[in-house]
Unconditional design. Sequence first.
Length: 218
Amino acid sequence: MCKKALIVSKLEEDKILKEVISMLENESCHTIILYGSRAKGNETELSDYDLIAIRGYGENSHENRLICGFYIDLFIYNESNIDIDSSFLRIREGIILKEKDDLGQNILNRVEEIFVTGPQAPTKAHIEFQRAWALKMIERIDNKEGVESNYRRVELLYTLLEQYFVLRKEWYLGAKESFSWLRKRDSNSYECFEKALNPLASISDIKQLVERVLFNLN
């Protein structure tokens, strides 16, 4: 049995998921897709249930619900007001739990098309802006103390992860996916992030990460 079939078989016995599906059916949701770690089979005991659900009425919404001690990260869409763009890449490789008229499969197919097409290359102006901004942040971190300096440090480190992928014309799919990608495909950059993200990291560690992410693009 393939990995996906094993995951689906496991999900069929998931009591929390059965309750969530029943709840969404009572709210007139006709299409439900599970995505994230539980759809990929790499969840932990504390992992959220990440879902999108579609119905024929109402406003689009993003909710967090607590069910039997588990968080349900839920996007609900009106079928007439759903625009599939790159923000839906998070549901790639999702598992359809319920669907109307192949809607779920059509959504996943469109998401795959977007993924395969890839993001646009960054402009020269974007690259120059990111470099100048990062160097300015380094100065503020290095020359000041206290809450503002600490905030700039967090802001810079947070931004660098996404920009690593943007500047290399790769999709940024969130922290978990990104660090897994780096670990497998660019271990040197992964090690730079690991050092710089340590709460005790030196300014030298952060400068090294800036250099690698924004200036070493070859």
